[in-house]
Design a protein around this ligand. Structure first.
Ligand code: CUA
Length: 346
């Protein structure tokens, strides 16, 4: 039934757990509006024929309707709008709330390609591998202009904004290859800013991942080519932290210094100088780098400079992954050779 409707309405196939929910609401709205529209059209047609010129003599008939009918004219459409709103809101909340156990993937839009990076491993351009039956949370950002990550078969669309992270999640239900498009006009090759999601059975995904971790390579799809290779993000974050001088104010061992320690910071509830508190999540950490004085943690001086324009989107993702990895119960990420970058840029 749904598949037939999908074909009649030219909808793409439904390959995520969100797709049937979106489609159900879509079908419901289409069918109810079609029925109401047909009723109005037929009534109009009947009146057109019945009251056509020449048939009725004398003055134009005076029209009046009983109160209940007027109320029904306003009330019935209104209740449909409210019903659609309520049904849509439920799906909206569901679609906007990633499950706790979701697997994270960082997505960076860039003129004109999509880059994907797993927190613990390989990064690639143009192809995202995910397992079936596992919720995947995408943390999206852009390096240049606004893009929009769109997977029609998953009914997933989310803007990727420079200097900010947005998130969206999905759970693929069927192995296969699905098209990714950019749904925000972003320049000359906007229409060619494509990628694909390769959905694998969980075992096949694990095999793929193990192979990627042992020999990281860039996989590219048509239209996308990239020169660099991303190492594990957290390690890269450590290098970024050293290069940008973050560690001159933030310690990694739990001692408060000029700024809060990064040890165990991720996910912690921090009291704010202005009252209230904030959870140190991806959104807060990003904001603190771009607009540090917006929310200053209580007990610290408001001295942190903005890193807007100094950190690329990839740097921000790497730093967050590094901070995330600093949990007291988790081992520290392996040390890396930190090159001497000279004095802190002013
Ligand atoms: Cu990127 Cu359009």
């Amino acid at each position: 039934m749904s598949d037939l409707l999908r074909r009649i309405l030219f909808l793409p196939e439904a390959a995520s757990s969100l797709a049937p929910r979106v489609d159900r609401l879509h079908f419901f709205i289409i069918i109810t509006t079609f029925i109401v529209g047909a009723g109005i059209g037929l009534t109009g047609l009947t009146f057109l024929v019945r009251y056509r010129r020449g048939r009725v003599d004398g003055p134009a008939p005076a029209m009046s309707a009983p109160r209940w009918m007027e109320a029904a004219f306003a009330g019935v459409p209104l209740s449909f709008f409210l019903l659609w709103g309520a049904l849509g809101f439920e799906d909206y909340v569901w679609a906007r709330t990633p499950p706790r156990e979701a697997m994270d993937v960082y997505v960076t839009g860039k003129q004109w390609m999509w880059k994907f990076a797993y927190p613990d491993g390989p990064g690639m351009v143009g192809v995202l591998h995910v397992p079936t039956g596992t919720p995947v949370r995408l943390l999206l950002t852009s390096r240049d202009v606004i893009h929009s990550f769109y997977v029609p078969a998953f009914r997933v669309k989310m803007d990727a904004l420079p200097g900010r992270y947005t998130e969206v999640w999905f759970e693929a239900v069927r192995p296969g290859r699905y098209r990714v498009l950019c749904a925000e006009y972003c320049g000359l090759d906007h229409s060619r800013m494509r990628a694909e999601v390769v959905v694998l059975e969980p075992e096949a995904f694990e095999t793929w991942r193990a192979r990627q971790l042992s020999e990281p390579t860039w996989v590219t799809s048509e239209g996308a080519a990239e020169e660099e290779v991303l190492g594990p993000l957290a390690r890269e974050g450590r290098v970024v932290a050293a290069r940008q001088g973050c560690l001159q104010c933030h310690t990694l061992d739990g001692t408060p210094h000029i700024g809060p320690t990064w040890l165990g910071l991720y996910g912690r509830e921090e009291p704010l100088a202005s009252g209230g508190s904030v959870r140190a999540d991806v959104a807060y950490l990003t904001e603190s780098m771009m607009d540090p004085l917006a929310k200053v943690v209580a007990g610290y001086a408001p001295v942190m400079p903005s890193y807007h324009g100094r950190l690329s989107a990839a740097d921000v993702g790497a730093l967050i992954e590094f901070i995330k990895s600093l949990h007291p119960e988790r081992p520290e990420p392996p040390p890396v050779q930190e090159p001497d970058y000279g004095p802190l840029p002013r």
